[in-house]
Every structure is written in C-alpha cells, then in structure tokens.
Design a binder for this molecule. Sequence first.
Ligand code: 6YU
Length: 500
Amino acid sequence: GGGRRRVVVVGAGLAGLGAAQRLRSHGSLRLLEATARAGGRVCTRPFASGLAEMGAHWIHGPSPGNPVFLLATHYGLLGPKAAQEENQQVEAGGHPPLPSITYGSSGRVLSPQAVSEAHVLFDTLLASARACQGAEEPLVPSVGQYLRAEITQRVPALGGGEEDARQLQLAVLAACLKLECCISGTHSMDLVALEPFGEYVSLPGLDCTFPGGYSSLPDCMVSALPEGTVLLNKAVRTIRWRGSFHEEGDETRDFPIQVECEDGDTFLADHVIITVPLGFLKERHQDFFQPPLPEQKAEAIRRLGFGTNNKIFLEFEQPFWEPQQQVLEAVWEDESPLKEPSTDLEANWFKKLIGFMVLQPPEQHGHVLCGFIAGKESEYMETLSDEEVLSTMTCVLRTLTGNLHLPAPRSMLRSQWHSAPYTRGSYSYVAVGSSGDDIDVLAQPLPEDLEDPRPLQLLFAGEATHRTFYSTTHGALLSGWREAERLNQLFDAPSPAPQL
Ligand code: 6YU
C-alpha cells in the first residue's frame, strides 16, 4: 500500500501543490520549496492601493473544463461576473476584446480604423499559422517566418496601396508580433516552431482575474494540506536516484532516492515529483540529478523553449487616460516586421514594450498601468535599477502621448523572472527544433517500466510538461494531478510477488 511509501515533491507552485492535494499517502509526504513562499509563478504583491500580479494574471478560459476555474470557484475566490454562465461560453481565443487606444511614436493617437485593420489581418494570419498543424512539411520552420512571408505577399495591398498608410499598417503589425512574443513568452516568433503551434488549446470563457489576488489560490491549497507538509526555504541541490539509502540506525528500510538540500538537510524517498520550472532544469539538470537524466530527456530539456515575459507596474497621481480606456497600445511608427530588429538593447530595449493595461477597478488599485515586455529586451530591463526603469518609462509615455510635461509615475514595480534563480524565465513554448513529443518525453517518469523493481522514482510535472496547456496555471495544476494519480495507481496496484 501507499502508506509506507515516502514521497517528496520539489516545488510549491500550482503543479507541486496540485500533486500534494491529490496524493493518497499523506503520512509521508514532504513538499520542498526553495523560496520563502508557496505559489511559484503565481505571485501577488501589494502595490499602490491594491495588488499587483507579478506572474500569472488571468484564468485563461474560465469554464467548466478549466480546473483552475473550478478550484477557484470551489474556494469562493472569484467575483460574481466570472461565475456567470454566459461569461464561460465566450470564445475569445485568449484575448478579451478591451476598449483600447493606440499611441504612435510621433506622439499622436493612431486612427482606430487603421489599427483595427492591421489587427484583423494579424489575427487571420495567426489563425492560419495554427492551422499549419499536422502539415506534412511546413514551408518554413517558425511562426515568425510564416507570418512574415504572408505579410510580404500582402504588402502591395496594405493600407490601400498608399505609402504612408502602408507603413502604418506595417508598424501596427510589428506591434502585434511583440504582443505575440509576450503571449508565447519568447524573444522572437522566429524561435517558435510552426508545425506544433496549433497544438496549444484555448478553453472557452472570458479571461478573468482574482479579486483578492491570484495568490489566494495557492494560499488556500497550502491551508488544505496537513500542517508541516510544505517546507519553505528548502532549496533542493541534488536528487540522487537509483541508489540504496538508509536512515541512520535503520538498516531494514531501503530507499532508492536521497534528496539533498542546499542547507545540507537530506530526505529519503521512494518517489520524487519534480515540478521545478524548465528554466531551472535547463541551467541545472546536469548536476541536479545523480546519475544524470537519460539523453532523450536531457535533449527535450535543451530543445524546448523557455523565454521571458515581464510586467512593469506604474502608479500615477492622476490618470492621463480616459476612464473607459482599458488598454494603451504603443506603436513605433518606423518599425516593420520586414525589417531586422535593432540589437542595441541599451538604446532601444523599451521599444519592445507592447503598451499598458489599466488595472481595474481604479477604486481598488489606484491609477495603475501594467506594461508587458518580452524577450532579451525584457531580460536587459531586469539588469537596470528601479530609477532607470521608471525614468525610461516616463520618457516613453511622454513620447507616445506627445505631452512632454506628463508627470512621472509616483511609483514603479516590475517582475524579474529571468533573474529569479529558481525560475530563470517566464514560461515554456515549443521552440524551433522541438515538437509536442518533447513535451511528452519531458513528462515521462523514470524508470517508466512498472515491471522495474523500483518504478517511478522520478516523476515530472509543471506547466512545461502539459502538451496542450503548457504556459498556463491550469496546465501546471493538471500536470500535478496527473503525476499524483500515476502514483496513486501504483500504490493501489497489488504488489508483485516477492522475487526469491
Ligand atoms: C496563466 C496567466 N501569465 C505571466 C507571467 C508569468 C507566468 N503564466 P512554478 O514555477 O509556479 O513552481 C515551481 C516551484 O519550484 C517554484 O515555487 C520554485 O521556487 C520551486 N523550485 C525551483 N527550483 C527549486 C529547487 N531546487 N528546490 C525547491 N524548489 C524549487 N498562466 O494561466 N494565466 O495570465 C499567465 C503569466 C509574467 C511568469 C504567467 C500565466 C504562467 C503560469 O504562471 C505558470 O504556467 C504556472 O504558474 C507554473 O506553475 P508550476 O507549478 O509549473 O511552476 C498558441 C500558443 C501559445 C502558447 N501560450 C499561450 C498562453 C498564454 C500564457 N500566458 C501567460 C500570460 C500571463 C500574463
């Protein structure tokens, strides 16, 4: 039975907490978390007069097929609007249509009609990129190359063939590509593989947020676990597996695994569920596992993509936007998807910023904008001081609004996911040179063969192990449940006859 088996879960994000929640052998369960809090990439911080989501922002597709939506509803964490049936049926494809205004780099508001024309074209091209799934041999390897080829074909007709209008269309399309980089968590769409792009599944429902912060969900999950299950500030250094380890003074019980922490503590186990981010695995997998992982698994870790998307929160004394505006989009008018992007990060990093979302409602948050920026420019931003980021953002907003006297924000807060030693980026994507099969390989337990005398020593969960919901909180949660269920089945199975 499962009662005598010792299970260690590494990482207390939604995958680790989900696994702990579902395991039916709580007596000997330990959840080791490197940082001082549970939640991982779900991380709510106080900011201005409200809250700032440093990581996950929305429930993508809040509908009955979404386990995060169901769990949040069960704990009573969602607002009345999210609970409405019609809200759950909207097919928004992940992008709620919010009232927006688009600023150009010449300091003017761009024609909503021109902007919307480019958006409609981009959405059409993106949908056709998704439809390349299963294509025998896609003509180009990446989503970026595919989109550029399609845009190139349409250049003569763009903007009705008039030169200035055409350039504006191209500039808006360049901004659309940057937004797509944020969504995919990548530096460039040229890094995102075309053929598997359509494997990602969007659930129905109008994306919603947590009124009390996304962290209210992992907080509830921790509270529901037996006291003492989660150990914080317990960073795992090495997982020794395929071994034979004993507690001091007890030679009768033999464990295949020893988990060694940075502080010298060790935990013996029969099974370890590893939920550390792919970014951490990419950097550390070679010495994190002793013996090292089999080559096929190491290859999947190297090949799959893990990039950076960060947020910059700005608090203002007074709003400079109209109350109905919810999105302020930024377009650099001389850009085009058909031109090479600048590589001078120091001079141009801020141009990767896609614009800002207005945090709602202002009565709760104050006058707060949330900017998004992905890729190498985002990683460069992480190396700057708070003062430098704040003054650059002030310049950007003055340029875009054409108001050189726009007051500087009162305060600033930004995420730094690439520098975070236990994350090393934001979320995973299927990179050029990899496929959905790599996700499945990453998810395979070791040893997988249930006939092995000590099967399922290492189990792998986390958003990057979910083939259709990677990069999301529901993908993370489902992956944790999946691995818990795998162990539950092993525990429930009749033990093989002892071999004599
Ligand atoms: C979502 C959203 N969202 C924005 C930003 C980020 C992410 N996501 P965790 O990292 O949580 O847990 C692992 C733990 O392990 C952690 O606590 C570590 O400290 C610990 N650890 C590491 N090493 C250790 C060691 N050695 N020892 C012990 N412990 C160790 N998801 O649903 N809605 O709005 C966003 C967003 C800025 C950074 C997001 C969003 C992603 C989720 O946050 C993320 O997947 C899960 O929280 C991960 O949970 P976990 O348990 O796996 O790891 C076509 C197509 C395209 C595909 N993409 C489209 C979808 C768009 C995704 N959108 C995201 C958007 C935002 C804004």
